[in-house]
Design a protein around this ligand. Structure first.
Ligand code: PLP
Length: 465
């Protein structure tokens, strides 16, 4: 399998190359050159497989020659062996045709673990036997940071620098990052918002002073390997609800468009998907883009769902590319226009292409709280706020298919918001241990390339030549 950039002018890479690079050198994102497909019979045959076996089966065509099939299966078994539920991503029935897909049974209590536990192992495997060192830089609105740090803490050959917006992540999220004291882990709180953090990461990749001395890599969902790992649970869930005979709809709490793009990939691979609901909070750029063709930046509003407080959704570029005839030069021009004006109109082809599969909804804080309260009253289930946004969106939708809402975080990760809505304070699961007793380590820096880039240059280990 070969990987091409959405902007058409970066080198074509294999899976190993695309995983280690993260972002493409022309500013674009790597995507597979073609979508592998599974026949109805092959999808039916997934029914008897464990999660790790399903993962290896779905990912094999994407990995190509970069790993043997035994190696891939072994990595999946290690990564998913760290989850606290034997099904890894269990389905829970909420109503007649309403389901939750619980993606939060990993070590840091959010769905990011599903991809990052594997990505940490892939990095280590690809660096073994080389002199290469990797400097991972990432921006987080909370959950990616903790999951990435857990996945690479203490691993040889890797330094990680994680930027989060100061004061805008929950206490549990912050402590899951800052209490990891391994010398290869560097937490930076920036005096700015998540979009600024994400822009700083992109600027560091483009800065020759850094990219020339260090081998930079990304753990944000701009890294293709993350999305690949997330395709798996769409298949795993749908097969348990009757695929390939029956189509299933998914409602996805969306920020950077990574998780729901993985659902799109599953559909492109042949999974019968009835609908993908893109659920946003009041930061609704994706809802405006999908309902009116208007992808234009607003100012970020802080909400009880910080992982969705995003105005620029990196992975949307992958969809625009795939729906725009995969014309890298045209997309590069479209994105340059967005970078200068802060707004972009979808072409007719892009709008029509998206309208078949996607639908969208904007859910405000009141409707989110209502969904949490009602679900608790009627079923006894306590939802995290992100999941509640998607459930509220799913319940607005009329579709003649089972609807699976992706439960992206454990409610205890957002205990204050859950308690405000339901009156119940969810307990932290035992696997996070004495999080609130541990020492924290973090530096606070202004949101400028000079400050952050300087800090990375001073603390990272240069690539050996
Ligand atoms: C990251 C995250 C999201 C948004 O996922 P994207 O892939 O960025 O769209 C939603 N909910 C939770 C809890 C998250 O951590």
């Amino acid at each position: 399998m070969r990987y091409v950039s959405t902007r058409g002018s970066a080198p074509v890479l294999d899976f190993r190359g695309a995983t280690l690079a993260g972002l493409a050198s022309d500013g674009g994102l790597y995507v597979p050159e073609t979508w592998p497909t599974l026949s109805a019979g092959e999808i039916a045959n997934l029914a008897g497989l464990s999660y790790a076996q399903t993962a290896a089966r779905i990912m094999t065509p994407f990995v190509g020659d970069s790993l043997t099939s035994d190696e891939l299966l072994a990595l999946c078994e290690t990564a998913y062996g760290r989850f606290s539920h034997a099904a890894v991503t269990p389905l829970v029935q909420l109503g007649h045709d309403q389901w939750l897909l619980e993606l939060f049974h990993g070590p840091t209590l959010a769905f990011k673990d599903v991809a990052l536990q594997l990505l940490g192992l892939l990095f280590e495997r690809f660096l073994t036997g080389t002199d290469q060192r990797l400097t991972i830089i990432g921006a987080t609105s909370g959950d990616t940071g903790s999951a990435a740090i857990d996945a690479v803490a203490g691993r040889a050959g890797i330094d990680i620098f994680m930027l989060h917006p100061l004061g805008r992540v929950s206490d549990v999220q912050r402590r899951q990052m800052t209490t990891v004291l391994s010398p290869n882990v560097h937490n930076i709180a920036i005096e700015g918002d998540f979009d600024q953090a994400q822009a700083l990461v992109k600027a560091m990749f483009a800065d020759p002073a850094l990219s020339g001395r260090f081998t930079l890599s990304a753990v944000n969902s701009i890294n293709w390997a993350r999305l690949m790992a997330q395709v798996v649970y769409y298949f795993y869930a749908a097969v348990r609800l009757g695929a390939p005979e029956r189509a299933v709809a998914f409602s996805v709490p969306t920020g950077n468009f990574g998780d729901v793009f993985a659902g799109y990939v599953a559909a492109r691979m042949g999974l019968p998907v009835a609908k993908l609901v893109v659920a946003t909070n009041v930061n609704d750029i994706l809802h405006r883009a999908l309902s009116a063709g208007d992808y234009s930046k607003g100012t970020v509003q802080q909400t009880a769902t910080p992982s969705m407080d995003i105005q620029v959704s990196s992975n949307f570029e992958r969809l625009l590319f795939d729906l725009g005839d995969r014309d890298g030069a045209a997309l590069a021009a479209q994105m340059r226009g967005f970078d200068t004006s802060g707004s972009l109109r979808l072409t007719n082809a892009q709008r029509e292409g998206a309208s078949g599969l996607f639908t969208s909804a904007r859910v405000d804080g009141d409707d989110m709280a209502l969904a949490m309260r009602r679900t608790h009253d009627r079923t006894g289930h306590v939802l995290d706020p992100h999941t509640a946004i998607a459930l509220a969106a799913a319940q607005r939708l009329e579709v003649d298919a089972p609807v699976v809402t992706l439960a992206t975080a454990h409610p205890a990760k957002f205990g204050d918001a859950v308690e405000r809505a339901t009156g119940v304070r969810p307990a932290l699961p035992g696997r996070v241990g004495d999080l609130f007793e541990r020492e924290e380590r973090c530096v606070t820096l202004p949101a400028t390339l000079a400050a952050i880039g300087g800090y990375v240059a001073e603390h990272a280990t240069p690539t050996l030549v």
